[in-house]
Structure formats: structure tokens, C-alpha cells
Design a protein around this ligand. Structure first.
Ligand SMILES: *[C@@H]1O[C@H](CO)[C@@H](O)[C@H](O)[C@H]1NC(C)=O
Ligand SMILES: *[C@@H]1O[C@H](CO)[C@@H](O)[C@H](O)[C@H]1NC(C)=O
Ligand SMILES: *[C@@H]1O[C@H](CO)[C@@H](O)[C@H](O)[C@H]1NC(C)=O
Ligand SMILES: *[C@@H]1O[C@H](CO)[C@@H](O)[C@H](O)[C@H]1NC(C)=O
Length: 361
């Protein structure tokens, strides 16, 4: 029964690959991270938080011992301590891919992201899924999925060292380009797109069963799409879904519809020079440069405690839902864009500095 089904599926996959060839044949799967290999391919970051968050990132052995990271329900679990009070920072996890990439098509299937059960529960949280290169901001940063406190929709942002003006023409209606220069605030602020859907971030994302982020970082544009698991995925994305094995062809991005966020640089902005050798990072921060400042402007959070740190330290139970559950991450690249070897070397030198975002409140 299962054998027959598998054979039928393979036939379908091959057919899809040839149909989609015009747009996607140049993308080849270079990495697939999932619930059997993830912790071999990602490493734990356990240094002090570069954004001065109220967090204590633990190493792999500690995460394993305390149940803060592991494989769970066929997915990758990355959590935080939600049992102890603390005055020195809440234990949490931050991982970084060992490989680095220059350009590519990233298909990130997430079942659950850090959130609160109630609006209160999100106070203090700053979850992020992002990519960054060495010597920040010289090699750029792409923030795919992040937010703080009671924000209910994702914010997608690029950060560069040199000026890079972008437009977001072609993005879904409602995505708003808040700042157009990706180097604004000396890179701290970046070019940021605010989105509006409640199912693309936090508790709303989880209620809909999570979703799939697709990021295409190419020579002349960076686009991010979002598809909720609350609705059928586009047909072209099914071929690369987490259940379809490592031979799955890349989705045809021309068939995905309007992106959630579009970063279309003007001619003076050279993405090839501003973005390179990015490691993929997934973390759950508390307070920090963005979250702690935003606390004082957040009508719900500021009523709970005089500052973010007091609340996060005293209310472990508020963070029971503050975990990532990653189904799968697939990385596709075009021939000649294979940054993995050089990126791996650069990774060791990397300072992993990420500045506060003082103007983002
Ligand atoms: C909570 O505190 C106990 C007692 O100090 C400690 O053994 C345990 O590791 C802590 N749990 C986490 C998840 O940090
Ligand atoms: C938020 O916390 C306050 C104070 O602890 C409580 O009164 C309120 O009911 C909470 N709101 C929700 C939605 O849980
Ligand atoms: C695998 O991909 C094919 C299209 O190539 C799709 O029809 C099928 O539903 C996918 N299977 C799963 C389990 O996502
Ligand atoms: C990228 O490089 C790795 C290791 O050098 C190799 O195994 C892989 O096939 C390359 N992929 C592409 C798309 O060139």
C-alpha cells in the first residue's frame, strides 16, 4: 500500500519538475534541515546577547539537559525556560547554521513560533528567524520573521552598511515600506516592511497551524512570501513541502503570487556587494534593544510591570508557548551561487553582532 503510494508520488514530482522547468530549473537543493539532522547542521550560540536582551542563551548540552531544544513531533523544538523565575536573564536558545549562503531560495516550514497564549503572554518576547553575514552590517542582514511584545503581524527588514534605497512595488496589498533606505540608522533601523495579517506571526500564526515562509535572495531582488497552513499551499510549494523528500524540486516563485515583502533596490544599490555569506539564525530573545524600548509604548505590556525585564523575570508561566517548532528548512541555489564553502570559513571569524533597534518602537 505505502510502496504503491510512494511510486505514484515520485511520478507526480518528476512531472511537476518538468512543468516548472522554465522558471525554476536553475535552482538545485543544496541543504535540507529537518528532524533527523538539524542539530548536526546548526550550532548553539551561548555568548552574551549582542542586543543586550534579558536572556541567557544556553549551550547545546544545557539545552538538551533542561529540555530547551530537541526533536519533537517530527519537528525541531527550540524553546525557553518557562518554569523558573530569574533576575539575571531567562534561559533560551539561539542557533546558527554551520553553513553560510550567498543568495538562494529558502523554504522554511514552521509548525509553531514563540508566542503567548494571551496578549499578555507575548509581552517581553522577541522571537526572530533571520540571516546575517560577517562583520555586521558589512555583509548585510535579512530579517525574515520577527516582532516584539503584542505585535500581531510580522515585520520583514533588510540591514546594510552602505546606502541602499528600495521600493516594495508588487508586494501584497497592505505591506507597508516604513523606511526605504536599508542602511538607515547606520544599519540599525534598516528598510522595514510592516505586514498586517494576523496569521503570519505569533499566536495567530500558531492558531492557523503555522505556515511556510519562502525567501528568494537573488542578484537584483529579495522577496519574501508567506503561506499559512490554515489554507491549501500553492501547488508549486507542495513539491518542496517537508513531506516530499530531499529530491523535491524548487517551487516556481513566479507561481507564488505577490510576495508578503518585496525589496527592489534602485540601480545604485548592489545586492551582490551588500549581502554575502549569511548564516541562518533562529532565536527567542527577551526584551533587548527593540523589545525593552517598545515596552514603554505598548499599551498592554506597560501595565504589567514598570519594565520588560521585571515582567520576564517574574512570570515564567507566561512563556509556556514561547517555542519554535520547525518542520523543515530547504535551501536551493543556482549553479555558481554556491556560497557554502566560503561561508563556512567566514562563520568562524564572524562577530555575530546585532545592534539594538532604537528607532523601531
Ligand atoms: C530551573 O531551576 C532548577 C533549580 O535551580 C534548575 O535545576 C533547572 O535547570 C532550571 N530549569 C531551566 C529550564 O533552566
Ligand atoms: C493580563 O495580565 C493582567 C495582570 O496580570 C490580568 O489582569 C489580565 O487578565 C491579563 N490579560 C489576559 C488577556 O490574560
Ligand atoms: C508532493 O508534491 C506533489 C506535487 O509535486 C503534491 O501533489 C503532493 O501533494 C506533495 N505531497 C505532500 C505530502 O505534500
Ligand atoms: C554546493 O557545494 C557543495 C559542497 O561543495 C556540493 O556538494 C553541492 O553539490 C553544491 N551545490 C550546487 C548547487 O552547486
Amino acid at each position: 500500500m505505502f510502496a504503491t503510494r510512494t511510486i505514484i508520488c515520485i511520478g507526480v514530482v518528476v512531472l511537476t519538475a518538468s512543468l516548472a522547468q522554465a522558471a525554476t530549473s536553475d535552482y538545485t537543493l543544496v541543504d535540507h534541515f529537518h528532524s533527523q539532522n538539524f542539530f548536526k547542521e546548526f550550532e548553539f550560540f551561548s555568548q552574551p546577547d549582542p542586543t543586550r536582551g534579558f536572556v541567557k542563551y544556553v549551550d547545546g548540552a544545557t539545552a538538551n539537559r533542561d529540555g530547551l531544544a530537541g526533536y519533537y513531533q517530527n519537528a525541531v523544538y527550540l524553546g525557553v525556560d518557562h518554569t523558573n523565575t530569574t533576575t539575571s536573564g531567562r534561559p533560551s536558545t539561539r542557533v546558527s547554521s554551520k553553513k553560510a549562503y550567498t543568495k538562494g531560495l529558502f523554504v522554511i516550514d514552521i509548525a509553531h513560533m514563540p508566542a503567548g497564549k494571551t496578549d499578555n503572554g507575548s509581552c517581553g518576547l522577541w522571537p526572530a528567524l533571520w540571516t546575517v553575514g560577517p562583520e555586521w552590517p558589512s555583509s548585510g542582514e535579512i530579517d525574515i520573521l520577527e516582532g516584539v511584545n503584542t505585535r500581531s503581524s510580522n515585520v520583514v527588514t533588510l540591514h546594510t552598511k552602505a546606502e541602499c534605497m528600495v521600493t516594495n512595488t508588487g508586494a501584497v496589498k497592505g505591506s507597508n515600506l516604513a523606511t526605504a533606505d536599508c542602511s538607515s540608522g547606520n544599519g540599525d533601523v534598516g528598510c522595514r516592511q510592516d505586514t498586517y495579517a494576523k496569521n503570519n506571526y505569533g499566536a495567530g500564526f500558531n492558531e492557523a497551524g503555522g505556515g511556510v515562509y519562502v525567501v528568494e535572495w537573488d542578484t537584483s531582488v529579495i522577496n519574501a512570501w508567506f503561506f499559512s497552513h490554515g489554507a491549501a499551499l500553492p501547488a508549486t510549494l507542495l513539491s518542496s513541502s517537508s513531506n516530499n523528500g530531499t529530491a523535491a524540486p524548487a517551487p516556481d516563485t513566479a507561481s507564488l503570487g505577490p510576495p508578503l515583502a518585496v525589496f527592489q533596490p534602485d540601480e545604485s544599490c548592489q545586492l551582490n556587494q551588500l549581502f554575502k555569506d549569511h548564516n541562518l539564525i533562529i532565536n527567542t530573545d527577551f526584551c533587548g534593544g527593540w523589545g525593552a524600548n517598545d515596552w514603554h509604548d505598548d499599551e498592554t505590556c506597560k501595565k504589567l510591570a514598570p519594565n520588560c525585564e521585571d515582567y520576564v523575570g517574574a512570570n515564567p508561566e507566561a512563556f509556556a508557548e514561547a517555542y519554535w517548532l520547525i518542520n523543515s528548512i530547504k535551501v536551493y541555489q543556482k549553479a555558481g551561487n554556491n556560497g557554502t564553502a566560503a561561508g563556512g570559513a567566514a562563520m568562524k571569524k564572524k562577530r555575530e553582532v546585532r545592534q539594538a533597534l532604537p528607532f523601531m518602537a
